[in-house]
Design a protein. Structure first.
Lengths: 365, 264
């Protein structure tokens, strides 16, 4: 039987952040080559960060991405603090975790309700989808708004927060400022509970693949700000040894570097990897919620990422509530140490399918 | 009488972080109402629908950094009745305009193992350097309320009511104690365009200029006062050369400071 050769070409991917195209070559029903071409123009952050003060890194790196600026701010803070041997106060850490939860919530809600759900329900976008699924879209916007409210209250604004600095925050929010977020968080928790059954009823193509999942793992928390780097095939190293296992390579058709596990190849990071490698670190309620929609690790169907994100939204809302309930403003709101030469690495869990790493060496000016 | 067709809104991206266009999707309370009044004709981050031009209003995010984009902005202009730039990249070249003060070939070699395959221009330039722009909205990122004001103004055929005064005015409106006087912090507020609502001073931080220069700023006078309170000239140059590095007023003054330091 003669097998036809076909090429599927998507010239511009929509409802994603950034710019890319996709080419798939098929022989019969088998893909022989897949090229994801990112044509996002390079902006050279690695180059212009040289010669800047260490204190400017969180503001500068935030501008890499308007959807997950907190991920870059947190990773650059962690990297510089590790280079300076700077330990932040436990209360600063809690506040950072709260800020990061806010970003997970707004970014995941954007992904689930505005970007991904229209694929399952067959609409060009969420606005068209809202004509027949108004309740779902409104729930999504309510959840997204709660996430943005957390980022704005702690960080000053939703996009490119201004309150983050090396060693802590410029100003710690007061207890009553954070308590003011609780009604909105509780409403969002109700909205995500109401969304589980809606999303679980989507039709998911039967597809499973034996991915190597890679994520951070913390001794007792679901990972956000720190942990060891672990994988489903046995990697387990300190975050500072990240470069010994991951290599970045340029490919001729893309402006984005390709990260691979040394000597092995592709890996899968982001929500599904976190879920699979850290299910035991989720709260009891989040585990129950996952099981109620038929999710348990290992989940190897990439289409179910939308469900995993809903579980993570639920977890992050719950965690945000817990942090606010026990919040005591750090005093002082930051610690300061003089810069010196050093090398540091910071790995944190960005909300989307990215695993942010920042490696910096600082030299005394 | 047939209902009037909804005006067509297009959102275009050039070199940027996507934050300014995200600001539109962050209007959670207004988004569905906006979609009722306008037809989203091109907004790739939000929709796969593509409706042909001409567009009543094009919002342009990002700066021009590649030969392809030099070309594409001309097409966007031709297809747009009104064109508004949103954010620091589109109005001043953005943080990626730091290459304008260096050597892009060297920058490229820092990031890429085979730099020659990466197509890029020596400079990052604002949209107005390439085509006629009907309004420029400042900010890194733009402010949500101001973005809604701009959209509503253009769709109703009026000029947007956006002030060009300094952040200092917003501090006074908010009742902030001046961070320079009260805390001795360096602050770019006196020369920076309003729009953020004096955010940084409200968080006990000096303004870092992410809304760019105000109308007719006096950076020379600010430098004198900053040096008087302990800032180094090098740190002033760096703070001017950040998110609005290549905006005329900031570029001229930072270049002057460096030149004066070289002259004995």
């Amino acid at each position: 039987m003669k097998e036809g050769i076909r090429t599927i070409q998507i010239r511009a991917l929509s409802r994603v952040e950034g710019e890319g195209s996709l080419t798939i070559r098929l022989k019969g029903n088998r893909a022989t080559d897949v090229q994801l071409r990112i044509f996002e123009p390079p902006r050279f952050f690695e180059a212009f960060l040289r010669g800047r003060s260490h204190a400017e890194a969180p503001d500068l790196t935030a501008r890499i991405c308007g959807i997950c600026p907190v991920a870059y701010q947190m990773s650059s803070c962690r990297a510089i603090e590790s280079a300076l041997d700077l330990q932040v106060d436990e209360r600063v850490r809690a506040l950072r975790r709260l800020l990061y939860c806010g970003e997970w919530i707004e970014s995941h809600a954007l992904h689930v309700f505005l970007l991904n759900a229209p694929d399952f329900l067959g609409y060009p976008d969420a606005l068209a989808m809202a004509k027949e699924h108004a309740d779902a879209v409104k729930r999504g916007l309510r959840i997204k708004k709660a996430g943005n409210a957390i980022v704005a209250r702690v960080g000053g604004r939703e996009i490119h927060p201004i309150n983050v600095r090396i060693g802590g925050f410029y100003r710690a929010p007061t207890r009553s400022e954070l308590d003011g977020l609780l009604p909105e968080i509780e409403e969002a928790i109700r909205a995500v509970r109401e969304s589980f059954a809606w999303a679980a009823a989507f039709s998911f193509p039967e597809l499973e693949h034996d991915y190597e999942f890679l994520a951070l793992r913390h001794p007792d928390e679901y990972p956000l700000l720190e942990g060891r780097v672990v994988s489903s095939s046995g990697i387990d190293v300190e975050a500072s040894d990240f470069e010994t296992i991951i290599v970045e390579e340029q490919v001729p058709y893309s402006t984005a570097l390709h990260a691979r596990i040394r000597g092995r190849g592709a890996y899968f990071c982001g929500p599904m990897a976190r879920f699979n490698l850290n299910f035991d670190r989720l709260s009891a309620d989040a585990k129950l919620a996952a099981r109620s929609i038929g999710l348990s690790p290992p989940c190897k169907n990439p289409f179910k990422g939308i469900l995993v994100r809903l579980v993570e939204i639920f977890y992050a809302l719950d965690e945000a509530h817990r942090i606010i309930d026990t919040y005591a403003p750090p005093h002082p709101s930051f610690v300061e140490v003089a810069p010196r030469a050093g090398r540091g690495c910071g790995c944190t869990e960005a909300p989307g399918a990215s695993f942010t790493t920042a490696i910096r060496s600082t030299r005394r000016a | 009488m047939p209902a009037r067709a909804r005006p067509k809104l297009a959102v275009w991206k050039f070199a940027s972080c996507d934050g300014c266009q995200l600001t539109l999707l962050d209007c959670e309370d207004e988004l569905l109402a906006i979609a009722d009044r306008v037809q989203i004709a091109h907004f790739r981050e939000a929709s796969r629908a593509e409706i042909a031009g001409p567009y009543d209003l094009s919002l342009v995010e990002g700066s021009i950094t590649t030969p392809e984009d030099e070309n594409r902005i001309q097409q966007v202009r031709r297809a747009s009745k009104a064109l508004v730039t949103i954010g620091a990249c589109a109005t001043a070249g953005g943080v990626q305009a730091l290459r304008n003060f260096g050597d892009v070939r060297e920058f490229r070699a820092v990031v890429y193992a085979t730099p020659e395959t990466i197509s890029t221009l020596a400079t990052s330039t604002p949209i107005a350097r390439h085509v006629r722009v009907d309004f420029e909205l400042q900010g890194c990122p733009v402010n949500k309320t101001q973005l809604l004001e701009v959209i509503s103004a253009f769709l109703n055929g009026r000029r947007p009511a956006i002030g060009a005064h300094s952040v200092c005015v917003e501090c006074k409106q908010r009742g902030n104690v001046c961070v320079v006087v009260g805390r001795g912090l360096p602050c770019l507020g006196p020369i920076t365009h309003a729009g953020c609502g004096a955010l940084c001073p409200s968080y006990h931080r000096g303004c870092y200029g992410c809304y760019g220069p105000m109308e007719a700023p006096n950076p020379r006078s600010l430098t004198r006062s900053l040096v008087g309170t302990g800032s180094t000239r090098a740190s002033i140059v760096r703070s001017l050369r950040t998110f609005y590095a290549d905006a005329e007023d900031f570029r001229r003054h930072s270049t002057d400071l460096l030149r004066e330091d070289e002259t004995p």
